[in-house]
Design a protein around this ligand. Structure first.
Ligand SMILES: Nc1ncnc2c1ncn2[C@@H]1O[C@H](COP(=O)(O)OP(=O)(O)OP(=O)(O)O)[C@@H](O)[C@H]1O
Length: 308
């Protein structure tokens, strides 16, 4: 389909007897940002390598920009999880060299590379050897190298790891800008906050299998909502409210009051519990209904496998 940048159908990867990826199917629409999520060892890197044609699936079909990865290679930008650049070259020379492998003329790559280095605050370092750059700086150079040929599809394996919070934010901006100019971005991570801020869609893997594919809203719906209640309240009264699965005493507040966190059953809204609390005359002085975070959904969907 023309509006799909990447699709996997029934993809498996076997290393000897070990099945690292099992029957993985999903599609990413053009111009969107997709989070490829999962705990350590879930099979993200194995899948990414197959998407790029760097390793062959044991079974299944992968379509990249309408054909095979090999055919689309010049239209793909890839940043691997294991970073590494030629330490004795300068950022500009590395960028020009790698862009050349994608068919970009040296003069064009040099101009674009310099502009991108300036935009990333690396202007003063563009002619210094990579080995004199900090880890975060060389990671930026690597990112620029993977974007300088203006790829239609950008695949980033754990791009946020090793970056400080300011640079993480900078990378989020780069990813958003890529999608704004029509590129498709897939990035893997086990840190949910980035996915929460960036993605229209997330795919969640655990032990080589997809356990979720959909929007952030749909993912959050998998986790229970919370209702926080403050007052002179007892656990038994709270447990008797409709939809409440468990309660935790979060500590004393004032005048003998406590803050209680009521965890609701999946799919339950806080409305019924709150209504019942008031009808039963419970001493509710403050309340707050809380949507689950993507992190909570991740823990539920991975069956507690999360390491984030
Ligand atoms: N070449 C290989 N030979 C044998 N086993 C492998 C190989 N590559 C990966 N594995 C195993 O496959 C599983 C998935 O690994 P993979 O690197 O794809 O996971 P991941 O989700 O990217 O994890 P992480 O977030 O830790 O990088 C792991 O158990 C790993 O040990």
């Amino acid at each position: 389909m023309a509006d799909v940048a990447l699709s996997l159908e029934g993809v498996c990867k076997q290393y000897g007897d070990f099945e690292a990826v099992r029957d993985l199917s999903f599609a990413v629409k053009r111009g969107t940002i997709c989070g490829f999520l999962g705990p350590n060892g879930a099979g993200k890197t194995s899948s990414v390598r197959m998407m790029l044609g760097l390793s062959e699936p044991t079974a299944g079909q992968i379509t990249v920009l309408g054909g095979t990865a090999a055919k689309a290679l010049d239209r793909i930008g890839f940043m691997p999880e294991e970073r590494g650049l030629y330490r004795k070259m300068t950022p500009v020379d590395v960028i020009v060299f790698l862009a050349g492998l994608k068919g970009v003329k040296a003069s064009v790559a040099r101009k674009r590379g310099k502009e991108m280095l300036e935009a990333q605050g690396l202007g003063p370092f563009m002619n210094k050897q990579i080995r004199s750059l900090s880890k975060g700086m060389s990671q930026k150079v690597q990112l620029i190298s993977c974007l300088v040929h203006e790829p239609e599809l950008v695949i980033l394996d754990e791009p946020f790891s090793g970056l400080d919070p300011v640079n993480q934010q900078g990378l989020e901006t780069v990813i958003r800008d890529l999608a704004k100019r029509g590129a498709t971005v897939l990035f893997s991570t086990h840190v949910m906050q980035h996915a929460e801020r960036l993605c229209e869609k997330v795919v969640l893997l655990t032990k080589g299998q997809k356990v979720f594919e959909g929007s952030l809203k749909e993912a959050r719906a998998a986790a229970p909502r919370h209702l926080d209640l403050e007052g002179a309240l007892g656990a038994a009264d709270l447990m008797a409210l409709p939809g409440v699965a468990s309660v935790s005493d979060m500590g004393a507040t004032e005048d003998g009051a406590h803050l209680w966190q009521c965890r609701l059953h999946a799919g339950q809204s806080a409305h019924e519990a709150l209504k019942a609390a008031f009808l039963r005359g419970l001493d509710v002085r403050r309340f707050e209904a809380k949507e689950p975070s993507l992190h909570e959904a991740f823990i539920v969907l991975t069956g507690g496998e999360a390491d984030a």
